[in-house]
Design a protein around this ligand. Structure first.
Ligand code: ADP
Length: 294
């Protein structure tokens, strides 16, 4: 299989809506990659995910192939092959974590991992018998994550998987995603957390107003949107002054040399593009006069 997901010219329109929520979107997700699906709120990411997971079935145009079959040709067996971990968990609050996992396991014909083993993966083993109504948001997210992987799906959709987690648990979940990738699974990750994207994804697609505006290798995007500059904070007073110098020819820059001699440098920051900057530049969320504000 060349691609796990292949989307061509997809159009999706909500009933009664004047404009399509997803318009002319084409892209492919390769086997074994963690693909980042990014974009501001309202861009169409959830709609796209819902089409890809067969929750929205009446597409207005284009074609969608997932795991080698047109999406419309799949039946219930589709859910044996994919895992879905979306942001709003849907558990039975009055049942325990273990009972919830047992219930969801019963929906699969495939073998599933046991509740204890799953909860151990995310440090919740002590909560096997805890009612889900007593879970914090972070605990729910972790429960949601293991529920999505209990049947060993080859394609996993994750929406904000580290939302509400402390740094230790977030790192833990990311390590699990990397482990899944090493096993050859494919992941579509939707998030606003650029650190997660930086740590997990190779290629990222940015949706803006229903379209896939940019799709590229993360490093290529960083290079394209980076600034070869050094920002220097300097001065003796309470409020430091800021100066910006191009990296090219910095060693011979008279202004920079003067600052060095002054001996009042406070901080030095090179301006390679972060994914936040790429996001701002691609989506236009922080653009003023062609410059990205930071
Ligand atoms: P994102 O996930 O990127 O925040 P969405 O896919 O939720 O974006 O939304 C894309 C567009 O579709 C928005 O304009 C939103 O208002 C609209 N939309 C989302 N869900 C519905 C719905 N159930 N009915 C009508 N319009 C919707």
């Amino acid at each position: 299989m060349d691609s796990v997901i292949d989307v061509q010219q997809l159009e999706y329109r909500y009933p009664g809506a004047t404009t399509a929520a997803v318009r002319g979107v084409s892209f492919a997700v390769r086997p074994g990659e963690v693909f980042g699906l990014l974009g501001p709120s309202g861009a169409g990411k959830s709609t796209l995910q819902k089409v890809l997971t067969r929750q929205h079935r009446r597409i207005a145009g284009g074609s969608v192939t997932v795991l080698g079959k047109p999406i419309g040709a799949w039946g219930q067996d589709f859910y044996e092959r994919i895992g879905v971990g979306f942001e709003l968990p849907n558990h039975f609050p009055r049942l325990t974590a273990g009972e919830n996992l047992d219930f969801f396991a019963s929906l699969y014909t495939r073998p599933t991992r046991g509740p204890r083993e799953l909860l151990e993966l995310v440090g919740l083993e002590r909560h096997l018998g805890t009612r889900v109504s007593e879970f914090s948001k972070g605990m729910m997210m972790r429960l949601n994550f293991v529920r999505a992987i209990m049947h060993d799906p080859e394609l996993l959709f994750l929406d904000e998987p580290t939302s509400g987690l402390d740094p230790v648990n977030a790192a833990h979940v990311k390590a699990l995603v990397r482990a899944l990738q090493r096993e050859g699974k494919t992941v579509v990750l939707t998030t606003h957390n650029m650190t997660d994207v930086d740590e997990l994804c190779e290629r990222v697609g940015f949706m803006v107003a229903g379209e896939m505006k940019t799709l590229d290798d993360k490093q290529a995007l960083k290079a394209r949107y980076g600034r070869r500059e050094l920002v220097v904070e300097h001065g003796a007073g309470a409020a430091p002054r800021r100066s910006t110098f191009p990296l090219e020819g910095l060693h011979a820059d008279a202004g920079f040399q003067a600052l060095l001699k002054e001996g009042q440098l406070r901080t030095l920051h090179s301006q390679e593009a972060t994914l936040d900057r790429v996001f701002a530049a691609v989506t236009g969320t922080a653009l003023t006069g062609g410059e990205v504000t930071s």
